[in-house]
Design a protein around this ligand. Structure first.
Ligand code: UT7
Length: 320
């Protein structure tokens, strides 16, 4: 099982909202947000939607890969903030980019969503079912935040990232993925309740709720563990890795992981200062930036790592 990334793309809303902008409308400060998270601003969708951004990121990834829409066998979209329940976001992307042959479905694994989607893609590729797959992570988290809860709303942002992948053949690839459903309540969004005769609609949990400290502890203990596990499977040492591309949740989480792995923080690219936490979109957004800046070179060894609601987690080792 292996994947080769052929091209990348991304899309973000026009409007960037700084910490100081938020401090105008709620009881917070640039100092608090920066010191606790490393976040300085985030993009917030005004007119853009998840469908818009997913399609734009997908189109750019196809262009970068030099792949025509008709060549795509499958579109996988990871998201927890689709515009509509049905049709799924992947079908909307298919319609907009003209990938008529593709099988399309969405996948929800919160901040591990892109990681799970990429691993799912690798399974379809290795089975021979698909030759080229478009994998997208997209979120408009601003729509599912409680803007009266300063402990969550300041953390998250909107955007989309995409990759086109094909079977990597002999290229090294390993993955470790997992979930702990019993811990689900620490990062949750009940959303719309079943509004039937027996269960009336409640607004109470219509927005994201989070026990920040529990999620923090989960992240700093799980990420180093699964990184070591995936590298052990790949028979590669921590020092040999060129880039640790982690879900962009919090700079302090990344610092702690780097310290626990005894690796320089320089190997942990970050863009959360400008984007905040974009959940499923964070890893492909970062990969696209690195690709377009020529920061990643052919042959570079990467560990991608996602963690979040579910609880879910995953690490993938791959070679660029
Ligand atoms: O994709 C995974 C998503 N989740 C995460 O990555 C979250 C992981 N957790 C974290 O990043 C941190 O727990 C937070 C950044 C969410 C919070 O940092 P903390 O150091 O755990 O702060 P805290 O929750 O203990 O809150 C400390 C204080 C509280 O005030 P008191 O009770 O000490 O007076 C909060 O009310 O900070 C207050 N506070 C704020 N103050 C200014 C909470 N949010 C804010 C805010 N601005 N936005």
């Amino acid at each position: 099982m292996s994947v080769k990334i052929l091209g990348t793309g991304s899309a973000i809303p026009a409007r960037s909202v700084t910490n100081n902008d938020l401090a105008q409308v709620m009881d917070t400060s640039d100092k608090w947000i920066r010191s606790r998270t490393g976040i300085g601003s985030r993009y917030i969708a005004i007119s853009e939607t998840s469908n818009d951004m997913a399609a734009e990121a997908g189109k750019k990834a196809l262009e970068d890969a030099g792949v025509q829409p008709e060549e795509i066998d499958m579109i996988l979209v990871a998201t927890i903030s689709p515009d509509q329940v049905m049709p799924n976001t992947a079908c909307e992307v298919q319609k907009r980019i003209g990938a008529h042959r593709a099988v399309c479905f969405d996948l929800n694994a919160a901040c591990s969503g892109f990681l799970f989607a990429l691993h799912t893609a690798s399974a379809y590729l290795s089975s021979g079912f698909a030759k080229k797959i478009l994998v997208i992570g997209v979120e408009t988290l601003s729509k599912i935040m409680d803007w009266n809860d300063r402990s969550t709303c300041v953390l998250f942002g909107d955007g989309a990232g995409a990759v086109v992948v094909t079977d990597g053949g002999e290229l090294p690839y390993e993955a470790v993925v997992g979930s702990t459903g019993v811990k689900g309540e620490v990062l949750a969004l009940d959303g719309r309740k079943n509004n039937n005769l027996y269960v009336q609609n409640e607004e109470k949990n219509a927005y994201v709720t989070m026990d920040g400290q529990e999620v923090f502890k989960f992240a700093v203990s799980t990420v180093p563990k699964i990184t070591k596990e995936v590298l052990e499977k790949a028979n590669v040492s921590v020092d040999e890795v060129d880039w640790f591309v982690l879900h962009q949740a919090n700079e302090r989480i990344l610092q702690s992981v780097a310290k626990r792995l005894k690796v320089s923080l320089d190997k942990f690219p970050m863009n959360l200062e400008r984007f905040g936490n974009t959940s499923s979109a964070s890893i492909p957004l970062l990969i696209d930036e690195m690709n377009r800046n020529n920061q990643i070179k052919e042959g570079d060894k990467l560990v991608l790592c996602g963690f979040g609601g579910g609880l879910t987690w995953g690490a993938i080792y791959l070679v660029w």
